[in-house]
Design a protein around this ligand. Structure first.
Ligand code: 5GP
Length: 184
């Protein structure tokens, strides 16, 4: 049986990757790998749907037990991809999506060399700032920290298979969908 493909969607927070992923799940035959994180839930986020929200101690216990395929620290919080879920699905021939950062994507490419890596970029960092302020889920300090990370990330996206600029959500979603349909 053909194994499922690991599809990584990366991009700075506020770029719209979550919206694009949600639209795609309804249109593509794939499942979503829910990551674990130690960051606090944002308003509207649901445990087990957006993330598994766990404590630092719980996360470190899982690291010790080898439960993560990859994990990273982003803006002082741990984020990690559960190994068992991903391996089971891929072995069943099911494609798995994951929203992970640039370091995580680099690690995934080492583990699964034929993983499909797509980076969603903002039209500009200025535009990203406006979107983050508009979203209103973070204070200005956090927004500025995330913008700094975004600027650093944008310098390193060469190793991605595709970079899609989210200038308009429907257009960007369709571009990502076409890429996935072509590659899986
Ligand atoms: P946020 O706090 O905005 O939800 O996520 C912050 C960053 O962590 C984003 O770039 C997101 O893609 C990334 N991220 C989410 N889950 C994982 C994961 O399991 N592993 C890694 N390496 N990064 C993740």
């Amino acid at each position: 049986m053909k194994k499922g493909k690991f599809i990584v969607i990366s991009g700075p927070s506020g770029v719209g990757k979550g919206t694009i992923c949600n639209m795609l799940f309804n249109e593509l035959d794939a499942c979503y790998s829910v990551s674990s994180t130690t960051r606090a839930p944002r308003e509207g986020e649901v445990d087990g749907v957006n993330y598994f929200f766990i404590t630092k101690e719980e996360f470190e216990e899982k690291i010790k037990n080898g439960e993560f395929l990859e994990y990273n620290i982003y803006n002082d919080n741990y984020y990690g991809t559960g190994k068992k879920f991903v391996m089971d699905k891929m072995n069943e021939g099911i494609n798995v999506f994951s929203e992970i950062d640039v370091n995580g994507a680099r690690n995934i490419k080492k583990i699964f060399p034929d993983a499909l890596l797509i980076y969603i970029a903002p039209p500009s960092v200025e535009e990203l700032k406006l979107r983050l302020i508009g979203r209103g889920t973070e204070d200005i300090d956090t927004i500025n920290k995330r913008l700094k990370i975004a600027e650093e990330e944008l310098k390193q996206v060469d190793f991605y298979d595709y970079v899609v600029v989210n200038d308009e959500i429907e257009r960007a979603k369709n571009e990502v969908k076409e890429i996935i349909l072509k590659e899986i």
